[in-house]
Each structure stands twice: as structure tokens, then as C-alpha cells.
Design a protein around this ligand. Structure first.
Ligand code: GLU
Length: 303
């Protein structure tokens, strides 16, 4: 019997060039969709206004295409989707799931006394939860139910987040008029019929919140797979400062796209050795059970 066809997506934020960690995530989601004969979508998440630039998005699309990954449907840009996000907020308000929040970043920092997570932010302690609705310029949060969220992660296995480990009631609309990441992702995954979300483990903590938001909006839940991150050769996090090279810089060093595909494919468990190959050759060898859980360090000469 044929399995269901996956609708996978890669959803970068156009805030810079794609590094090998991003490209590895793109390839995993592309391969996963291709092994089921399904569809693969690229979506540009430029909802976070000032940090996003169209030119970065265009460059990201070019790099993906150079490796053989192109969206099967026209690419949507979240900056064009404000009406859909506004409509979702109206729906949630109609269901009495939103509340206005007047806490400032400073208020929340003053409350922080326990160890910080990576972003230096603690779960929001739901201080404004019992505020009644008012029509003002306030930020808006989603009232979450007080129950654990469970999902089966294709890469990590069974996952469970208790309410205490959740990030608190998430911000969906910011006081400065921007729609929040969680809202845009969930609305667009629903709108595009996405059935599989592949992304780095740095976004694993967003999943329970997004599942709750899907439930509130009556959207179906996609499958999730969170990949171990790619690090610099010394194990440090890839980032602008850790010299994360993009495709163009690697090519200028004489590293061919077939070699890059081979390394990415090897890092995803498709190949035993890093031997130059074409992207399509990886398809029959991809399986989630072979994708290593650990972080993977870049080769010295690529950093
Ligand atoms: N746009 C997000 C990022 O680039 C990824 C969102 C997602 O995959 O859910 O970090």
C-alpha cells in the first residue's frame, strides 16, 4: 500500500545567507518529501520586519536552487500575509483565547531570577492572563490550557512538554504592530497544507506552543522532526561570528556543489562516505531512522 504523500516545507528567515546547518535542514525536508513522492515548499519568513531583507531571501532561493532544491509551488513571503494573520487573531478573539498584555521587556527582565534559556528569556509568567479585553494598542497573548503536550518526533522519538516547561502564554501580536513568529508559522503551515515540519533542535521548544495554537485554530497537526545542529569544527554554534560560510564562499574555495551535497547527505545518514554525488542519488537512501541525533561538526576546511 502506498503511504501518504508528505507536504514538506523549508521556511528560512531572510536575515542573511544560508549556512550549512540551514542547508542540511532544507535537504532533510526535501529528501523526506521526495521519498514519499510528495510536495516540497519553500516559504520566506520575513515577518520580523527590520531584520529581514528581500535580497537575502532571493540569495537563499538561488543557493537552494544551485543545490537542486526548488519549491514545487510559488514561494510565499510572510510580509504579504498580514490579512491572514489578522483573520486568525479575530478567530482566536471570537473564541475568547486572546488577552491584551502590557508587560514590557524590562518588566519581564526584572522578574528573571532563575537560569535563563539560550535567548536570555524565561517563560512568560502569564501576568496579564486575567485582564479583560480592551480595544487598545496592547500586545496580544494566547491563553494556553494547563496540560502537557505530546508528539512523536521523527528524529528525536516520543516528546512531552509539561506546562512548567512551556514558554508561557505566547505573544501572537506585538505592541509595535508585528505579527509574532508562532502565529505566522502556524497559520501558514495550515494554509499550505503542510504535513511535515523539519527544522533544527533550536526550535524544538516552539513545537508544543505551535501545537496548542493549531488546536485553538482547528488546524490539523503536522508531523515534526527536529534535527541536531551543525556546529563549527570546534563544536561551537554556527553563526555570523563563528564563520558560517555560505554556498558562494565555499564554491570560491573550490568546493563543488556535488561535494557539498555529499557531505550533507553523509551527515544525514544517506551515505557511508563523503563521495561527490547528485542530490537525486540520495533519495533512495534517506530514512529518518538513519539520521543521527547528535550535533555534527563541519570539516575544518569548510569553516
Ligand atoms: N523561520 C524560522 C527560522 O529561520 C524557522 C521556522 C520553522 O521552521 O518553523 O529560524
Amino acid at each position: 500500500m502506498l503511504g501518504a504523500m508528505t507536504i514538506g516545507r523549508f521556511a528560512p528567515s531572510p536575515t542573511g545567507i544560508l549556512h550549512l546547518g540551514n542547508l542540511r535542514t532544507a535537504l532533510a525536508s526535501w529528501l523526506s518529501a521526495r521519498t514519499t513522492g510528495g510536495r516540497w515548499i519553500i516559504r520566506m519568513e520575513d515577518v520580523d520586519g527590520p531584520r529581514c531583507h528581500r535580497k537575502f531571501g532571493e540569495a537563499q532561493l538561488q543557493d537552494l536552487a544551485a543545490l537542486g532544491m526548488e519549491s514545487d509551488v510559488p514561494v510565499i513571503w510572510q510580509s504579504d500575509r498580514g490579512e491572514a494573520y489578522r483573520a486568525a487573531l479575530d478567530t482566536l478573539h471570537g473564541l475568547n483565547r486572546l488577552y491584551p498584555c502590557h508587560c514590557t521587556r524590562k518588566d519581564l527582565q526584572l522578574l528573571a531570577s532563575a537560569p535563563h534559556d539560550e535567548d536570555g528569556l524565561r517563560p512568560y509568567p502569564n501576568l496579564c492572563r486575567h485582564r479583560s479585553w480592551e480595544s487598545s494598542e496592547a500586545a496580544l497573548r494566547l491563553r494556553l490550557p494547563d496540560a502537557a503536550v505530546e508528539w512523536l518526533d521523527a528524529a528525536l522519538g516520543p516528546q512531552r512538554d509539561d506546562p512548567s516547561t512551556l514558554t508561557g502564554d505566547p505573544l501572537l501580536f506585538r505592541r509595535d504592530g508585528l505579527f509574532a513568529y508562532h502565529l505566522a508559522v502556524v497559520v501558514d503551515d495550515g494554509f499550505q497544507g503542510v504535513t511535515e515540519v523539519v527544522r533544527g533542535t533550536d526550535l524544538r521548544s516552539a513545537t508544543a506552543t505551535q501545537i496548542r495554537l493549531q488546536e485553538a485554530l482547528g488546524l490539523s497537526r503536522p508531523a515534526y522532526a527536529h534535527l541536531g545542529l551543525v556546529t563549527a569544527p570546534d563544536g561551537s554554534r554556527l553563526g555570523k561570528r563563528a564563520g558560517a560560510l555560505g554556498l558562494q564562499a565555499l564554491r570560491q574555495r573550490g568546493i563543488g556543489t556535488d561535494e557539498i551535497i555529499a557531505w550533507l547527505g553523509w551527515s544525514l545518514g544517506c551515505l557511508d562516505r563523503v563521495e561527490p554525488c547528485a542530490i537525486l542519488e540520495l533519495v533512495p537512501h534517506f530514512h529518518w531512522s538513519k539520521v543521527p541525533l547528535e550535533k555534527v561538526a563541519l570539516p575544518e576546511k569548510w569553516a
